[in-house]
Every structure is written in structure tokens, then in C-alpha cells.
Design a protein around this ligand. Structure first.
Ligand code: 5GP
Ligand code: MN
Length: 343
């Protein structure tokens, strides 16, 4: 299943040997985990417990309700809610799997805890330019999802791992969410083949689809309607749509973690729009989500101007400035870069 672009650095034999007897293992993933982060972490959890290890999934922060149906969810330790058990698990771990993030700062506030841990560490990820903080690294920016890489990595460890349906359901979740239901640029032939394989392994894909996408609160649906009707601005000359979410929206629609998930994609549904941005006012910070089409590299834009990053067509960032200042900065930068290209 390995593609030529998948990079493995470090000696996998050390890990194989390390896993040959029951170990204490932590699986961790990025802050505000999404479907791929939780899917890959819980898939790895299921695989490792099936091999007799003691496994704790530690997330830095909480994650959306629509991901909490996943098998193994009740075993997840959320650091911001249970600091002591999370710290104990990390400090006692023989091995730490770092999934779906490329730099330690992406797991704040447990970056120091994980960075300082003396455990053997493995990174499995598909983001650009990973930092060198693990003993082993399995990495491919062309992979649809960390779930796809997790599937490959498990098969690298052992040819016939006999993955449980629970494990496969978690893998399918990340595959589905990171490819936007097999619609965005991350959708490769390999991703579809893996989906077929997971279906053959017995997952109930209709049930997963239902739990992930047809499980909204009424207030979330009304919030999306309000965002599209009253908060979306189109700037035709830069082929951009942006949606703002301010504090008042948060209160009016009782916004919960994950309620803004996917909202950024709507802009790209408009004819002629190549860049869609979600600008969200959070306590003390503005969070940005970028989605683009074609060669428009939002990873670079987010890195250069908004202390962020991600992938070429999907990236995030942040700013400490005020909402209107951030909007003006984005529009001005884009207009400038558009003007420059014409020269
Ligand atoms: P989203 O817009 O869904 O929050 O994130 C899109 C992509 O950008 C994801 O792959 C995510 O990991 C990455 N990303 C989001 N926010 C940040 C950030 O602040 N820093 C970096 N380096 N990547 C981010
Ligand atoms: Mn991912």
C-alpha cells in the first residue's frame, strides 16, 4: 500500500521490537481535534489494545459532539478537563504516537509535556514540513488523511493485522471528513480504494454518515443559514468569499465546538470563487480558516501572514487583532497580490 512519496525516517525495527511485549502507550493529536485527528487516534488505539497494550488517547482540548459516537471515545482523556490523568499517562508512556500534526505547538498546551517526555515517539502525518521531534516519522503530504497513513503504517508493522470493525470505522471517519466526503483535492484513487477496503472489512458506512452529518442541532442549522444570509461577503475582484462569526452569533446560536466545521466550504460553492475564508471571533483571538481551489496556496498565505499553516488548499491561522482590522488586512493583501501578478 505504500506510495513512493511516503517517507519513513528512523528505524521501524526498534518500534516492532518495542511493541513485541505489552507497553504503556499514549496516542495524541492536535488541539481542537477534527474527524481525521480523532479517527486516526482511536483507530490506532483499537489496533494497539488488540495487541495487548495499555493505551490512552490524550487530546489537548475538547472536540465536537458529532465525533463523540466513535468507539473508544469514552477512553479519551481531554487534557484541559483532566490534567492530572493526562500528565500521568504521558509521563509514564513507553511509546507516544503523534497523529495528524506536524509541529509541537499544534498540541498546545501539552507541547511541553509531550516534548519533554522520554518515551519513544512516532509521528504519522500528512501536513507540510513536519518538525523533527520524534524518533520515527511516517509522513506523506499526498496522503488523503492521517487515517490513510495510519492504515498503511499498521500494515507496515504487520502484514495481516486483522483490523476490528471499530478500528475500521474510525479510519473511515477520518477518510471521509478530510476528503470532504470524497469531494475535495485530497480525494485520490488510493483513498477510494481504502474506503472500499474498509467497506469490505464490514463497516456500516451509512450509519457513520448519519452520525457525522445528519446529527445537527436546530440552532446549528439556523446558524449556518444566518451566516450565509447575513455574514457572507463576496469580493469578486479577488474571487473571494468570506464569512465572519462574531461573539454575538456565538451567543445567539449557542455555538458549540464544531458548529462552524465545514462552514468555510460553502464559499467555494459560488461560481467564480476560488478562495473562501472563515473569520471567527474567539475569546482573545481571531481564528481563520482558508479553503482554495487550484494553485492558490493558502498554506503559504496562512504561514506568511497569520501564524498558521496546513495544506495547499486548506489551511488555518490566527490573529490577535480586531475583527475589522483582520478583514481589512486579508482583503488588502489579496488585492495587492492580485495586482502584483498582473505586472
Ligand atoms: P481548519 O481550517 O479546518 O481549522 O484547518 C485546515 C487545515 O489547516 C488543517 O489541516 C489544520 O491542521 C491546519 N491548521 C489550522 N489551523 C492552523 C494553525 O493555526 N497552524 C497551523 N500550522 N495549521 C493549522
Ligand atoms: Mn488530517
Amino acid at each position: 500500500m505504500l506510495t513512493f512519496a511516503t517517507m519513513l525516517t528512523g528505524n521501524i525495527e526498534v518500534l516492532r521490537d518495542g511493541l513485541s511485549r505489552p507497553r504503556k502507550i499514549v496516542v495524541t493529536t492536535h488541539q481542537k481535534p477534527d474527524g481525521d485527528a480523532m479517527g486516526s487516534s482511536l483507530a490506532m488505539y483499537h489496533y494497539l489494545i488488540s495487541k495487548g497494550h495499555q493505551v490512552t488517547v490524550v487530546t489537548p482540548t475538547d472536540y465536537p459532539e458529532f465525533l463523540k459516537w466513535m468507539p473508544g471515545n469514552d477512553k479519551v482523556v481531554i487534557y484541559e478537563q483532566k490534567k492530572m490523568p493526562a500528565e500521568k499517562a504521558v509521563q509514564e508512556a513507553d511509546i507516544i504516537f503523534c497523529l495528524d500534526f506536524n509541529a509541537l505547538h499544534r498540541i498546545q498546551p501539552i507541547d511541553g509535556l509531550v516534548g519533554d517526555a522520554l518515551s519513544y515517539k512516532i509521528l504519522i502525518d500528512h501536513h507540510l514540513e513536519p518538525e523533527d521531534f520524534t524518533d520515527l516519522r511516517f509522513w506523506d503530504i499526498k496522503a488523503s488523511s492521517t487515517c490513510e497513513l495510519t492504515y498503511d503504517f499498521i500494515h507496515l508493522l504487520e502484514e495481516t493485522p486483522g483490523l476490528s470493525i471499530d478500528c475500521c470505522s474510525c479510519l473511515y471517519t477520518g477518510l471521509l471528513t478530510d476528503t470532504g466526503n470524497f469531494t475535495n483535492g485530497a480525494t485520490t484513487a488510493k483513498a477510494m480504494k481504502l474506503a472500499a477496503q474498509l467497506l469490505e472489512n464490514g463497516i456500516d458506512f451509512m450509519e457513520i454518515q448519519e452520525k457525522l452529518f445528519n446529527n445537527n442541532s436546530e440552532s446549528r442549522m439556523r446558524f449556518i443559514g444566518n451566516s450565509l444570509l447575513n455574514r457572507m461577503v463576496i469580493v469578486p475582484e479577488i474571487e473571494t468569499a468570506y464569512i465572519t462569526v462574531n461573539k454575538e452569533d456565538g451567543r445567539q446560536f449557542n455555538l458549540q465546538p464544531g458548529d462552524t466545521e465545514g462552514l468555510v466550504n460553502y464559499g467555494l460553492g459560488i461560481k467564480g470563487i476560488k478562495l473562501s475564508i472563515l473569520i471567527k471571533e474567539e475569546p482573545g483571538i481571531i481564528k481563520l480558516s482558508f479553503r482554495s481551489k487550484g494553485d492558490l496556496n493558502v498554506n503559504e498565505f496562512a504561514r506568511q501572514h497569520f501564524n498558521g499553516g496546513g495544506h495547499k488548499n486548506a489551511a488555518g491561522g490566527k490573529s490577535n487583532e480586531k475583527l475589522d482590522v483582520v478583514i481589512k488586512k486579508i482583503v488588502d493583501l489579496l488585492k495587492l497580490s492580485k495586482a502584483r501578478k498582473k505586472i
